[in-house]
Design a protein around this ligand. Sequence first.
Ligand SMILES: [Fe+2]
Ligand SMILES: [Fe+2]
Length: 174
Amino acid sequence: MLSEKMNDALNVQANRELYSSYLYLSMSYHFESVNMKGFAHWMRLQAGEELVHTMKMLDYVAGKGGKARMLAVEAPRFTWDSPLQAFQHVWDHERVVTGLIKTLVKVAEEELDEETTEFLQWYIKEQVEEEESSDSVLSKVKAAGNDKGALEAADRLLGQRSFRFPRGFEIFPK
Ligand SMILES: [Fe+2]
Ligand SMILES: [Fe+2]
């Protein structure tokens, strides 16, 4: 059984994961609007991943007999001056999320909740990957600078990203 404090903290984090999904969806439509289809595709898949993070956390809460509550989702911004600004935003955002997950682990430890501490290790590992992938895109966009050809090449490369919803999280059937 989750303590009330743990239940609340997990609900708040699930909300931040959903906000991440909303933010990346916002970036996806922004890139669509400026005809950068590859960047838009990458962001759309990223939004899907964040939705999985949201549901995985709420599934855990519900599975432990807790209450999965949907909190209001903050509205993200909807325009960015350049791919560089957008990917800098992604990188900054992921680092903030890593901090939130670490704080959540501390709450679980304080609550002497070993199962939740263990469960959150998946998110700790995921954040390492998220930071790595956003850093790698940010480096490419930085290297491209204002070179239109290099930006188009980065756009094409990101357009090749693939992602499948893991079993149990299939939202958009093929
Ligand atoms: Fe996430
Ligand atoms: Fe993320």
